[in-house]
Design a protein around this ligand. Structure first.
Ligand code: AMP
Length: 509
């Protein structure tokens, strides 16, 4: 499947491609406006292939911007409004874009040119000539090996890492994902997909491209809607969606309200989960409240295009396994459990390594991390791209099982972060000379973060100081990375080889 060719086929379609609140866009408008914006990008940025940053939230014009970047031969770098300014500046400095497209309020940074495509509609009034130039060349311009998007994720250095995903990888992922559920979405076009994740998280790639490739409608839930039960349930009802894509945490949040059931969403037939542990309890509740729906657990990192394994979890699987399996690898992917370079047999726990045709080209301008995480593995005599996930896992009954991390990466409410990233940013706060952050677990999932800090200045009130630190931290990291509890200590327990003793710290109050 070639995504842009498929979208070209829908170019005259009056069907809705996306709805966000009162804003809507049809397939026809999406195609035409992205053609025009692509011509604009080409004329301003010239012929090179430097990436374009797209800043905003869930405005349908975000899709126009993504497609326009790609049609102009450039990767897009989505940044959501949740990302704090200093992190955005960090990403901009590493990308050095020739253009930043925005759909929300944005203050220009350094000399980087920035265009608000909601306000500056004149961009879409580009001459017909240029328009057709772009239209003819754009589709041939995007090659399999070209980078289609770059998504920045948390990095242990305190700076985010940009994962580059090619057009070929995205096509192969989408083609596979379209086979999930009731004989495959591809046989049932014109669905309505719920979009929960912001576009700067790769989970959104699943709903966005499955939806676009099947001429379906993406029904986006904005941040402020997700934070308000009343608005959220009104929107869900209005959507009448039949495909759900979210983290299990978001489904749990909805399940907390008893009205989240088939009465609210009578046509719901497919729940697709990825990004964190799917628990038996979540599945049990969903099967009970949506008896006609299928539930899929999928697994994978941003570094291998969203997801690489799948399993449909029915009542039988849910009763037989705890924890639940994450499934079998998609075609074109092999999964190995390695201990160093040694492959482990079924049943033994080791690092999950993904080998195959959706593995990323590597992190953007980050040779050191690339050397650590990406390598080549010979499969059937052919060197194939491989990625060390840092996830622990094992095979049983032919299924892959996930059982935690071998490093300090965690998931909190579906958000990926490195604990060292949180610590480095905590230490940016004046007065903090050392910080160690540990996750607090409840029912096998991380519930919140707890920080232990050495604060070298005098302070009177620990509560006030905690508040001040949290406020300062919010300048550097998104809200979900701010520890809920901060404890001030005189010293941090160390191991014999001079590292913070996380096991002992974990037990401290
Ligand atoms: P992200 O790059 O944000 O998608 O995060 C990828 C990480 O999320 C993986 O390396 C795993 O640690 C975790 N993850 C993804 N899918 C699952 C799953 N189905 N069950 C448990 N953990 C998962």
């Amino acid at each position: 499947m070639e995504l842009l060719k498929v979208l070209e086929e829908y170019q005259n379609s009056e069907r809705l491609a996306m709805i966000t609140g009162e804003k809507k866009i049809t397939y026809n408008q999406l195609w035409e406006q992205s053609d025009k914006l692509a011509a604009y990008i080409k004329s301003t940025c010239g012929q090179d292939k430097s990436p374009v940053i797209v800043y905003g939230h869930k405005d349908p014009l975000m899709l126009v911007a993504f497609l326009a970047c790609v049609k102009s031969g450039r990767a897009y770098v989505p940044i959501d409004i949740n990302v704090p300014r200093s992190r955005i500046e960090n990403i901009i400095d590493s990308v050095c874009p020739k253009l930043i497209l925005v759909t929300e309020k944005f203050t220009q940074y350094k000399e980087y040119p920035c265009v608000n495509i909601v306000r500056d509609a004149s961009i879409f009034e580009i001459s017909a000539n240029r328009d057709s130039d772009c239209r003819i060349s754009s589709l041939d311009y995007v090659k399999e090996e070209d980078v289609y998007y770059i998504i920045f994720t948390s990095g242990s250095t305190g700076n985010p890492k940009g994962v580059q995903i090619t057009y070929g990888a995205l096509n192969r992922f989408t083609e596979w994902a379209l086979n999930l559920g009731y004989g495959g979405i591809k046989n049932h076009k014109h669905q309505c997909f719920i979009n929960q994740a912001p576009f700067s998280f790769d989970l959104s790639v699943m709903d966005l491209y499955m939806s676009l490739a099947s001429e379906s409608c993406l029904f986006a839930l904005e941040k402020q809607v997700q934070m308000d039960y009343k608005k959220l349930f009104e929107q869900l009802k209005k959507s009448n969606a039949n495909v759900w894509v979210s983290t299990p945490s978001f489904a749990d949040l909805c399940l907390a309200d008893l009205s989240f059931s088939k009465n609210l969403l009578p046509n719901m037939e497919l729940f697709l989960f990825c990004g964190e542990i799917l628990t038996n309890k979540t599945v049990e509740q969903l099967l009970h409240r949506f008896p006609k729906a299928q539930i899929y657990n999928t697994y994978g990192p941003t570094e291998s295009t969203v997801a690489v394994t799948e399993i449909c979890v029915d009542e039988e699987i849910n009763e037989r396994y705890n924890p639940l399996p994450v499934g079998v690898a998609k075609p074109g992917t092999r999964i190995k459990i390695l201990d160093g370079d040694r492959e482990l047999p079924e049943g033994e726990k080791g690092e999950i390594v993904i080998i195959g045709n959706t593995v990323s080209k590597g992190y953007f301008k980050n040779e050191k991390e690339n050397q650590r995480a990406f390598f080549s593995y010979v499969i059937d005599g052919k060197p194939t791209p491989a990625y060390r996930t840092g996830d622990k896992g094992y095979f049983q009954d032919g299924w892959l099982f996930y059982c935690g991390r071998i490093d300090l990466q965690i998931k909190l409410h579906g958000y990926r972060m490195e604990l060292e990233d949180v610590e480095k940013n905590l230490m940016k706060v004046e007065g903090i000379t050392k910080a160690v952050v540990v996750p607090v677990y409840e029912e096998e999932k991380v519930k919140y973060l707890k920080a232990f800090c050495i604060y070298e200045k005098e302070f009177e009130n620990s509560h006030k100081l905690q508040k001040k630190i949290k406020e300062e931290m919010s300048e550097f990291v998104p809200e979900y990375m701010i520890p809920r509890k901060i404890t001030f200590v005189e010293e941090i327990p160390m191991t014999a080889n001079g590292k913070a003793d996380r096991r002992r710290i974990q037990e401290m109050n």
